[in-house]
Design a binder for this molecule. Structure first.
Ligand code: SF4
Length: 297
C-alpha cells in the first residue's frame, strides 16, 4: 500500500487504516496552510484504491475505522464515495466508520439525499476546518466559506446524521480582532452544537502566505496574553449541550481535553492559572517549533 506525499491525519485517527483516495487538496488556498503546496490535486484511480483495500485485508483484516486521505477527500462525488465505501465493507467487514477531512464547500456540493446515502454507508467522523465564525478572519484565511455558509452546511450534515469535528483556530483574527474572533466563533459553535470541538492555535510555517504576511507586518499575530484572553472568552461564550473539547494540539498554550458543559468553569480556571504563570511574558509572542508547538511554555 502506498501513500504519496506528506500524510496528515487527526490525532484521534491513530488506529485507523489510512486509505488514499485523492492526492493533495482541491482548495489548496488557505492562507495559513503548508500541507500540500506542491501537490497538484488528483483523484486516485479506483483500481488503486481497491488494490490498497486488498492489501489491507492481509495486515489489518479486523480494522473498524478507515480514514480517507488526503486534504479534503469529501470533495469526491457521492457516487464515488459510496463506491469506495462498498469496496471497503466488501473486503473489511468489521469497518464501522469511514472518516476523512472535509470542507464546507464539499458539503455544499452534495444534496440532502446524497448526504443521507453517505451516512447510510458508514461515512462519518468528518474533520472540518471551519477555523472561525468571523467573516473577516475567514476571508483573510481564504477558507472559501462564510460563517453563515458554515452554519447552514453543518446543520445539513447533522440533519443527515453525519457527525464531525468542528476545528477552530485561536488567533485567527490576529491582534486586532481577537475579541471579535472569540465571540463570533463561540456563536457559530453554539448554533451548530458539534459533538467534537478541535481547538488549535494559529501559527505560520515557511511556505504559506501567512508566514510572509507576518514577517512583513501585514498580519499581526496575537501575544501570549491575547491568546489566553481569547481562549477564556471563547470558552466563556460556549453554550453547549454535549461536546468533547479536544485542545491537545501542540500549538496551544494551554493544552486541555474536557467535556462541555460540565467542565466549563474548570477550563476557565486553567486558562487563568496559565496567565498568572506567564504574567511576565504576556506581551511576548510564543516561540514555536514544528507544527506550531510552543517551545517555551
Ligand atoms: S482546506 Fe485544509 S488542506 Fe486544503 S488548503 Fe485549506 S487547510 Fe490546507
Amino acid at each position: 500500500m502506498s501513500l504519496t506525499g506528506m500524510v496528515y491525519r487527526p490525532p484521534y485517527e491513530a488506529n485507523s487504516l489510512l486509505l488514499q483516495v485523492t492526492q493533495g487538496c482541491s482548495h489548496n488556498k488557505c492562507t495559513f496552510c503548508y500541507m500540500y503546496p506542491d501537490v497538484r490535486f488528483s483523484v486516485c484511480p479506483m483500481e488503486q484504491v481497491k488494490a490498497d483495500i486488498e492489501e489491507a485485508t492481509r495486515y489489518c483484516p479486523d480494522v473498524e475505522r478507515v480514514f480517507l486521505e488526503h486534504g479534503d477527500a469529501f470533495v469526491l462525488s457521492a457516487d464515488r464515495l459510496v463506491q469506495i465505501a462498498d469496496a471497503i465493507h466488501d473486503r473489511l467487514p468489521r469497518v464501522k466508520t469511514i472518516a476523512m477531512y472535509a470542507s464546507i464547500q464539499n458539503i455544499r456540493h452534495k444534496t440532502d439525499e446524497e448526504l443521507r446515502r453517505l451516512h447510510a454507508c458508514g461515512i462519518g467522523g468528518l474533520d472540518i476546518g471551519v477555523e472561525s465564525g468571523l467573516d473577516a478572519a475567514l476571508q483573510y484565511m481564504n477558507k472559501g466559506h462564510t460563517s453563515q455558509e458554515a452554519r447552514e452546511q453543518l446543520i445539513r450534515l447533522t440533519n443527515a446524521g453525519i457527525d464531525y469535528s468542528f476545528n477552530a483556530i485561536l488567533g485567527c483574527g490576529g491582534a486586532e480582532l481577537w475579541r471579535e474572533n472569540a465571540d463570533a466563533t463561540a456563536a457559530l459553535i453554539n448554533a451548530v452544537q458539534p459533538h467534537l470541538l478541535f481547538i488549535g492555535t494559529l501559527h505560520a510555517q515557511p511556505g504559506c502566505k501567512l508566514y510572509g504576511d507576518m514577517k512583513k507586518g501585514i498580519f499581526k499575530e496575537c501575544t501570549y496574553g491575547q491568546l489566553l484572553d481569547e481562549q477564556e472568552r471563547l470558552i466563556s461564550g460556549l453554550k453547549l449541550k454535549d461536546t468533547i473539547y479536544f485542545g491537545s494540539h501542540p500549538s496551544n498554550i494551554v493544552p486541555m481535553q474536557a467535556h462541555l458543559p460540565e467542565h466549563k468553569q474548570e477550563m476557565i480556571e486553567v486558562v487563568r492559572e496559565k496567565r498568572e504563570q506567564l504574567r511576565c511574558r504576556l506581551d511576548a509572542y510564543p516561540e514555536r517549533g514544528g507544527e506550531g508547538s510552543i517551545l517555551n511554555r
